[in-house]
Ligand binder design. Sequence first.
Ligand code: SAM
Length: 212
Amino acid sequence: MTDLPSGVERREFDGRERLATEGEPVYGEPTDGTWRAWDPNRSKLGAMFELGFETGFDGGPDERVLYLGAASGTTVGHVADFAGPTYAVEFAPRPARDLVSVAEDRTRLFPLLADARLPEQYAHVVEADVDVIVQDVATRGQARVAIENRPFLADDGRLVLAVKARSEDVTAAPTDVFDRVRDELSETYEILESRRLDEFHTDHLGIIARPR
Ligand code: SAM
């Protein structure tokens, strides 16, 4: 079993062992004291931890994270519980409002209402050399988004990418879509691990990569 980052633990909730982080609850998840369960069915990153991906996350207050596609903060709230400065990009105003509420309890979480395809919109805010980029945008052009955001990533950093096949092409076979995404990414990133997340998220691929 791959090590979890510091600040992410397996703990028992209602007799079942589950991933957990320490922080204020966000979406009605089970809690135990200061700990709250992390539901891999609602989180691609949570699924990747459950499935033993080597994400490259260490955890701790010095680890800088850029999170693309933050939505209402379900996953990025957990990230800000265990990592350091966490920049959360979301372009839809409605979920971004919920994200702002999640950030109220988390001093290390910085919500940014911006388009992840236009990194110049947030380049003045995000520190250079982040340790991890997490991407879950579920939109067409997912490889392109990862490539456009490469300049933020430290040379020894990691890209943790969830690819939704149907967002690229509803008619194509997911395996073909995933091949195309991997090919496009490979110009800029070396892919270290690539596995499907179907146990938790149908027709999604998880990718861990590092800059070339
Ligand atoms: N990562 C979230 C979680 O686990 O809690 C769920 C993300 S949801 C699958 C995808 C999100 O990406 C949506 O909220 C959508 O508005 C956002 N999104 C899609 N394209 C985007 C873009 N170009 N820039 C910023 N956000 C984008």
